[in-house]
Design a protein around this ligand. Structure first.
Ligand SMILES: NC(=O)c1ccc[n+]([C@@H]2O[C@H](COP(=O)([O-])OP(=O)(O)OC[C@H]3O[C@@H](n4cnc5c(N)ncnc54)[C@H](OP(=O)(O)O)[C@@H]3O)[C@@H](O)[C@H]2O)c1
Length: 323
């Protein structure tokens, strides 16, 4: 008789306490997978075992690999929150590259059952590209974030020499009420002083958090998924269209003139790239066939995010630790 039950996995997450990691942990547990974290702080979810590591000192609890068949690598120092001093740039890079190398070195030193490594990267790989459509084959940007993404993907890709299946998601701007882009844009819109940014013509490669989680879960259970994958929604919009949709959703006018690019550059320096860059990174046909998006359009995403206390998913609510 055919066994229709999905195969369960033991997944080790780095960065499991972060914005994506918390929701992903809950989704994996709901699917019946076992979840461990490799982290600097213990998880508050009782079903999760946390193992400690320190990337700077290259210390890692060797037991973290026990029974693990899949690693999901989300760890990385926050890119948006602090000024990019040389020391911060080094931390942004090393927390993504030296972390996964630490795990690979451990795998070289002891027997293990790891078959797959699934990692985050970012659409910042492509940089500022006007209306050009970015596929996974498009060349990288030479700017700081583009270089970080290349180094990150190269470090993760070293797993192929260890015989691992490697999946790399180039993630767009993750939308959730819990933090990230919407948490800073929505108060502005709600106050009636929202405005588009720069020319307003730059493409915003957004994706709903639940689709980010859904795509990681798919990558865990589908061994045929491999390589680099754009992780964005099908219905991308320009910044102007994005702000108009937000204003419409909250029934507010969008009457203010757009915020000039030079002001943002003065205020944010290099980090203004987050809001000024135009990156039209679209999901590819093979992904659209393998995965059915819960939130393909921004209107649907906003209705879900602002319809209930936690991202419109009642099943998430009892589990999600609040910040
Ligand atoms: N959110 C987005 O819009 C977005 C877009 C594109 C790409 N991404 C990428 O996707 C991944 C997950 O995103 P996220 O929003 O969930 O990130 P997040 O909330 O900032 O969480 C990242 C996690 O990385 C770990 N971390 C931070 N600094 C570290 C350091 N110096 N050394 C080792 N670990 C460190 C932390 O885990 P512990 O506290 O457990 O140690 C933290 O919870 C990140 O790599 C991010 O760059 C996110």
């Amino acid at each position: 008789m055919k066994n229709n039950h999905p195969q369960t996995h033991h997944v080790l997450l780095t960065g499991g306490n972060g914005l994506v990691g918390k929701s992903l942990t809950q989704a994996l547990l709901r699917e019946g997978h076992r979840v461990s974290h490799l982290s600097r702080t213990p998880s508050i979810i009782p079903e999760v075992t946390t193992y400690g590591w320190n990337v700077v000192d290259q210390q890692i609890d060797a037991r973290c690999l026990d029974g693990v068949d899949t690693i999901i690598h989300l760890a990385g120092a926050d890119i948006a929150e602090q000024t990019w001093t040389p020391a911060r740039k080094l931390e942004i890079s090393r927390s993504r590259t030296e972390s996964i190398r630490l795990l690979y070195r451990l795998m070289g030193q002891r027997p293990h059952a790891v078959k797959s490594v699934i990692s985050a990267s970012g659409i910042a790989f492509y940089g500022d590209r006007a209306d050009e459509i970015m596929t996974e084959q498009s060349p990288p940007s030479p700017d700081f974030l583009g270089t970080i993404c290349q180094e990150w993907e190269a470090a993760v890709g070293e797993g192929k020499a260890l015989g691992l299946r490697v999946v790399i998601f180039r993630t767009g701007v993750v939308l959730t009420k819990e933090g990230g882009a919407l948490a800073s844009l929505v108060p502005m819109i709600q106050s009636g002083f929202g405005a588009s940014i720069g020319s307003g013509r730059q493409w915003v490669p957004w994706i709903h958090l639940q689709d980010v989680v859904g795509l990681y879960v798919l990558a865990v259970r589908d061994p045929s998924l491999a390589g680099v994958v754009n992780q964005t929604a099908p219905g991308l919009l320009t910044n102007r269209q994005f702000m108009e949709a937000l204003a419409r959703h909250f029934n507010k006018p969008l009457w203010m003139p757009s915020i000039p690019a030079f002001m943002l550059k003065l205020m944010m320096g290099e980090r203004s790239a987050f809001v000024l860059n135009s990156t039209r990174a679209v999901p590819q046909e093979r992904l659209l066939q393998a995965y059915s998006y819960q939130f393909p359009t921004l209107d649907k995403a906003l209705s879900a995010i602002y319809a209930s206390p936690v991202d419109g998913s009642a099943t998430f609510a009892p589990f999600l630790p609040r910040m």
